[in-house]
Design a binder for this molecule. Structure first.
Ligand SMILES: *[C@@H]1O[C@H](CO)[C@@H](O)[C@H](O)[C@H]1NC(C)=O
Ligand SMILES: *[C@@H]1O[C@H](CO)[C@@H](O)[C@H](O)[C@H]1NC(C)=O
Ligand SMILES: *[C@@H]1O[C@H](CO)[C@@H](O)[C@H](O)[C@H]1NC(C)=O
Ligand SMILES: *[C@@H]1O[C@H](CO)[C@@H](O)[C@H](O)[C@H]1NC(C)=O
Length: 414
């Protein structure tokens, strides 16, 4: 998986912004969270080093408390002891689950496409057809792409498929490629693409973010493109300092159209938390409702010049293969037709010969000539030199005379 070894747990926020859940909790539990937050002097923001925030993680009193006491019951599971966006992801191989993908043996278009994830075809994070594990698992894209194709990527960290639309044709390392980019089709709330409605999770918000809370232990996590690229202005207006730019913030893949091989990939996402006022939890009482940008990241991969060189020869190899296949087919066809052609040709010759001779100065009528031709045809196989040879060989099968045997014995005894 070269794509998306994304952020890890967000349970911390499930706790801290005991948000979506806090709202449904009974007053007693809400009070306990409130006391806990005050007791540990939790603030809305934390200051940590980049390493702690990313890989090493940091321990937090709230996390420890939640682990020590099953205070929140089953509502909040705490699978990790520290918080870090990529905590436990350093050097990990299989944290994103079991992928079952098509080999493309029966339909090359399905090569590398998802069949199931963690043994499930419908994952249950989104309703109806939105919940299927569709699209490519990341490595292979279907061959023979056209500008009309939609490239679909299954993204395990978001439990859903991201569709990319054709944007333009580009040259990467001297190879022509089609650029497929993330745009409205992926982040629309159903106003432009009605089929997106089932990704809303009940309440649609302005276009530009993807609600993945069902995939993140119920924490109010919303994914967008960095700097809310291509999103409704609503999101830019609620925060300061963001400036979306296609060059820096677009999510795209440049694919070689014949083979579907990736020439260049820029996987870019931004993680946002929905922070809302929660009655009864003082830390959250006087805050605005904001889709707050937490972190954005990119993974950029480009084909190496060496690989590109190999890829450049591929069309010629394919063309060569086609030419050779064509030639072989032609030869096969000629060989296949050789006997019938020869046969027809030879009968034709016989016909020529047989038609001309005349009996008593008259040309023979067609019926007679046909009969004669049929006769010659019948004769032809029997009179073939091979069969004649065989008939000459026939005497060899005749049993040996006992006399000759004794002769031979005599010779041996001598
Ligand atoms: C990640 O793993 C590598 C190799 O195991 C190690 O050298 C590196 O220190 C680790 N980084 C962090 C931040 O844990
Ligand atoms: C996913 O694939 C299933 C069939 O395997 C299809 O019915 C469904 O519409 C697809 N969903 C999306 C979002 O493309
Ligand atoms: C996000 O999705 C969850 C369930 O998947 C839903 O309960 C919640 O209301 C949605 N949030 C918003 C703001 O749409
Ligand atoms: C969906 O998105 C459009 C465009 O951003 C917005 O005008 C509309 O209000 C949104 N719908 C809902 C239900 O939020």
């Amino acid at each position: 998986m070269y794509l998306f070894l994304l952020f890890s747990l967000l349970i911390y926020y499930g706790l801290k912004s005991a948000a979506g859940k806090g709202k449904q909790w009974d007053p007693v539990r809400r009070k306990m969270v409130d006391v806990g937050l005050n007791l540990y002097q939790q603030k809305m923001s934390v200051k940590r080093t980049v390493d702690e925030l990313l890989f090493t993680g940091y321990s937090d009193d709230m996390l420890d408390m939640a682990r020590a006491m099953p205070l929140f019951g089953k509502d909040v599971e705490v699978p990790f002891d520290r918080f870090g966006w990529f905590y436990t992801r350093n050097g990990s191989a299989d944290l994103t689950g079991v992928f079952n993908v098509y080999t493309g043996q029966q339909d090359i278009k399905k090569l590398g496409q998802m069949f199931s994830w963690n043994y499930k075809r419908h994952l249950g994070f989104f309703e109806s057809y939105c919940g299927f594990a569709n699209g490519s698992a990341g490595e292979f894209q279907p061959p023979n792409l056209t500008p009309k194709s939609i490239v679909k990527l299954f993204t395990p960290d978001m439990c859903r498929t991201i569709p990319l639309d054709y944007k333009e044709t580009q040259i990467a390392e001297g190879i022509k490629g089609y650029k497929y980019a993330g745009g409205h089709r992926s982040i629309d709330n159903g106003s432009l693409y009605p089929e997106n409605k089932c990704f809303c999770g009940g309440n649609c918000v302005p276009s530009g973010v993807m609600n993945i809370s069902s995939c993140r232990f119920g924490s109010p996590v919303f994914m967008s493109y960095p700097h809310f690229y291509q999103a409704d202005d609503f999101y830019l207006n609620q925060v300061e300092g963001l400036q979306p730019e296609a060059d820096k913030h677009e999510f795209y893949m440049v694919l070689e159209p014949k083979t579907g091989i990736s020439l260049e990939v820029a996987a870019r996402f931004q993680v946002n938390m929905l922070v809302e006022p929660i009655r009864g939890i003082s830390l959250y009482e006087n805050i605005p409702r904001v889709f707050f940008p937490m972190i954005w990241f990119e993974q950029k991969v480009r084909i190496t010049p060496d690989l590109a060189k190999n890829l450049k020869t591929l069309p010629y190899v394919l063309l060569g293969g086609q030419i050779i296949a064509g030639l072989l087919f032609l030869i096969g066809l000629i060989l296949l037709c050789w006997y019938p052609i020869k046969y027809v040709w030879s009968t034709h010759k016989i016909q020529e010969i047989k038609v001309y001779p005349a009996e008593n100065g008259k040309a023979i009528n067609s019926k007679q000539s046909e009969l004669k031709i049929l006769e010659t045809e019948k004769k032809t196989p029997d009179s073939s030199p091979l069969l004649e040879k065989n008939s000459q060989l026939k005497p060899a099968i005749t049993p040996k005379s006992p006399k000759r045997d004794t002769d031979a014995n005599d010779v041996n005894h001598k």
